[in-house]
Design a protein around this ligand. Structure first.
Ligand code: MGD
Ligand code: MGD
Ligand code: MO
Length: 693
């Protein structure tokens, strides 16, 4: 009898989540048999979320794409025929070569968060498209607005250590739902509560997290900017500010004080839908609790004023001096702490000098780009790490764009997603267990390496491998296009004096390494903001130079009863579509376990709004506006405030019953800063569906 070979391989969870867990995969005779969270990485702490705990069901799913295919049916129909890799790559190279001879900017890469790894997500792929001279993609679909608002104020994506938050006395959880989308971060918030912290959740609905906090404030979506301005008004008027900190480490306090003078809680009350007294009390609590921390996430950045909302919130800890304490301050993302060598990874210098100036397309506007871009029109699209036909807003336009018969579409995927249905050539991708990668995190201070645990399934290939093969077929000879995954990973972090920054030895030895940051870490206790002035910028010349308001301001949502009464008369309900617990964007939305747990598309609606429309719990609903419509089952609940409906997302369109998901109605309008999406800035009407199928 042959002895079985058993091995534990250390890896990283690749998904778009702040937690970036270290995982351990047990492999027996070449097959992964068990997966668990690593015990030794403190943030992971031996646990995985409900999705990744069952990761092997994803890896070994019978839905996996295992060989290249070419389209045989109509676009979108999803009928394919098996071909070999040579035919697939030759077809792509011939098409790309011909189009590039004309104008390479007619070729568009489209990628986002399928994996957040440097190697498979932002290295050779970008080098290849740079070398080709393709259109550039502005990757805005998630965090662009908040990132810009934070940058204007604080300077870079740096903030409080999420592990240090255990010592805070007050924590504002703002536009965040950690129980669902930052589970491992929630453990530290709970520990703070155990040590006596008060938890306040600011979220239009009573989320899983809000239900566990001491206080829940439910503003109208997209009005956080007004709430933060009113808090500043109270803090300044009642002298709850830290004058020494302001004098030493901030810029433009006088302008700010003048700007917020009229922004009283009474002013903000009708805008936010919160009682003035609740706003005043929140500001007083925030001004007196020491240390006070703010855990923002991206929920508040998905509205017309999402950039400014984050900017306004980011001003608060500089006003009160909360940055002085490691457990105080605020954090939106920790990614700016990582010494990433973006230039070496992406090589923008490979862009051909003799070509016409690069053209950039905002990924949120993909529908428009495919349908209306000229100079030149988009003639080919290469989609990887993303499922735009399900996740991009104003879905009807997106689908029309992908349905263009004259568009050459390549999709590289693990699964036959809604987008894959539109491919001319569909390529099979490896899962995280089958390729090499290296990760930073946007929710903690650890870099995590990923070693392949098993061989690629079927004929699946990693992203990098496909670009190496395509580069050769297109006749490129630049060595940067042929580096191995190990070489790419080794170049991800900056070196100083030719030496690595101390991360590699630990990464190699145990698969993860903490950034070389002091502990305790209070990034701005003594100022040193990474802004042009080195101070927290209440007044931003960077914004002024872009023709934008240099001061914190109130930017209303595009669609609300206050900003657009005539639209609200026809579509009176505000819809948000935040992540469902068992999905990760659309990455788990086709697997039976998770689809069953979610139990079909749902729409949460307040009992009064339901009664006014004759809607009973469980009724089939049609949710619509001028952009489109989709169907869901009613969940009548007071978890949502009056006037708000909530559609947990993101469903695969083709598995949602009616072929539509929430993005049938979401808007393609952009945010004030950063060109981000406005998924949660969306007015709809809801009706009981009489035809019940
Ligand atoms: N289980 C699971 N986890 C995930 C994801 C997933 O799909 N599923 N997605 C991952 C990704 S890509 C991201 S970007 C993050 C997203 O996670 P978060 O950044 O936390 O963002 P959201 O879940 O979009 O929103 C968080 C909360 O903000 C609330 N919210 C909506 N509009 C507003 C508003 O205008 N103001 C305020 N104050 N709150 C508002 C929502 O109701 C929600 O409860 O999570 C990641 N983690
Ligand atoms: N209505 C609504 N829409 C939303 C949101 C919302 O809250 N509401 N959230 C938005 C947010 S925050 C985000 S970040 C975007 C997310 O949008 P996307 O980044 O497009 O995320 P996913 O839908 O998970 O699609 C990722 C795809 O990449 C594939 N993939 C994974 N690993 C690899 C790999 O190694 N190689 C290749 N080639 N493919 C791989 C996965 O199988 C998956 O199909 O969606 C946005 N859309
Ligand atoms: Mo996201």
């Amino acid at each position: 009898m042959s002895e079985s070979v058993k091995e534990v391989i250390r890896g990283a969870c690749p998904h778009d989540c702040p937690d970036t867990c270290a995982i351990e995969t047990t492999v027996e005779n070449g097959r992964a048999v068990k997966i668990r969270g690593a015990d030794d990485l403190p943030f992971t702490n031996g646990t995985l979320c409900t999705k990744v705990a069952h990761y092997l069901e994803r890896v070994y799913s019978d839905q996996r794409l295992l060989h290249p295919m070419k389209r045989v049916g109509r676009k979108g129909e999803g009928r394919f025929e098996r071909i070999g890799w040579d035919e697939a790559l030759d077809t792509i190279a011939a098409k790309f070569g011909a189009i590039a001879a004309d104008d390479p900017r007619a070729i568009l890469p489209y990628s986002y968060g399928g994996t957040l790894g440097f190697v498979q997500g932002s290295s050779l792929d970008l080098r290849f498209f740079h070398r080709l001279g393709a259109s550039l993609l502005d990757r805005t679909i998630c965090s662009a607005a908040g990132t810009a608002g934070w940058k204007a104020t604080v300077g870079a994506s740096i903030g409080t250590d999420p592990e240090a938050i255990v010592d805070a006395k007050l924590i504002l959880i703002w536009g965040a739902n950690p129980i669902v989308s930052n589970l491992h971060g929630w453990r530290y918030i709970q520990e703070a509560k155990r040590r006596g912290a008060k938890l306040v959740c600011i979220d239009p609905r009573r989320s899983e997290t809000a239900a566990k906090c001491d206080l829940h404030l439910a503003p109208w979506p997209g009005t956080d900017g007004a709430l933060a301005l009113a808090m500043m008004q109270v803090l300044i008027a009642e002298d709850l500010v830290d004058h020494d900190y302001i004098a030493a480490h901030t810029l433009g306090f006088g302008d700010l004080a003048a700007r917020v003078r009229e922004c009283t809680p009474e002013w903000a009350a009708p805008l936010t839908g919160l009682p003035a007294e609740a706003i005043r009390r929140l500001a007083r609590d925030y001004g007196s609790a020491k240390p006070a921390a703010i855990r923002l996430n991206y929920g508040l950045n998905r509205s017309g004023g999402g950039g400014m909302a984050v900017r306004n919130v980011a001003c608060l800890p500089a006003l009160t001096g909360a940055w002085r304490h490691p457990a105080g301050g605020a954090v939106l993302s920790t990614s700016g702490n990582f010494p990433v060598d973006q230039h070496s990874l992406e090589r923008p210098d490979l862009y051909p000098r003799d070509a016409r100036p690069p053209r950039t397309i905002n990924m949120v506007e993909i529908g428009d780009a495919l349908l209306a871009a000229d100079d030149p029109p988009v003639r080919a699209i290469y989609v990887y790490n993303s499922n735009p036909v399900a996740v991009a807003p104003d879905n009807r336009r997106v689908r029309e764009g992908f349905a263009r018969e004259d568009l050459f579409c390549v999709v590289h995927e693990l699964f036959q997603t809604d987008t894959a249905d539109y491919a001319d050539i569909l390529l099979p991708a490896t899962s995280q267990l089958e390729h090499r990668d290296l990760h930073k995190s946007y929710g903690h201070f650890y870099a995590v390496a990923n070693r392949p645990a098993i061989a690629p399934l079927g004929e699946a290939k990693p992203n990098t491998e496909v670009f190496r093969l395509l580069a050769a077929r297109l006749g490129f000879t630049d060595p940067e296009l042929f580096e191995s995954d190990d070489e790419i990973a080794a170049a991800a972090f900056k070196r100083r004096d030719g030496r690595v920054l101390g991360l590699e030895p630990a990464l190699a030895a145990r698969g993860w390494a903490r950034l070389n940051l002091p502990r305790p870490f209070a990034p701005f206790a003594r100022g040193g903001f990474p802004t042009p002035s080195g101070k927290c910028e209440f007044r931003s010349d960077w914004l002024a130079r872009q023709g934008l308001d240099p001061l914190p301001a109130w930017v209303p949502p595009h669609e609300s009863p206050v900003s657009n009464p005539s639209l609200a008369a026809r579509f009176p309900l505000a819809m948000i579509s935040p992540p469902a617990r068992n999905f990760l964007n659309t990455s788990f939305s086709s697997l039976p376990r998770f689809v069953e747990q979610e139990g079909g598309p749902k729409l949460e609606i307040h009992p009064d709004d339901a009664a006014a429309r004759g809607i009973a719990d469980g009724a089939r609903l049609r949710i619509f506006n001028d952009r489109g419509a989709f169907h869901s089952r009613a969940v009548v609940t007071d978890r949502v405030r009056r006037g708000l409906v909530v559609a947990p997302s993101v469903w695969w369109r083709k598995l949602s019953g009616d072929g539509e998901n929430a993005n049938a109605v979401t808007s393609p309008a952009l945010t004030d800063l950063g060109g981000g999406p406005t998924f949660y800035d969306c007015l709809v009407e809801v009706a009981k569906e009489t035809r019940d199928e």
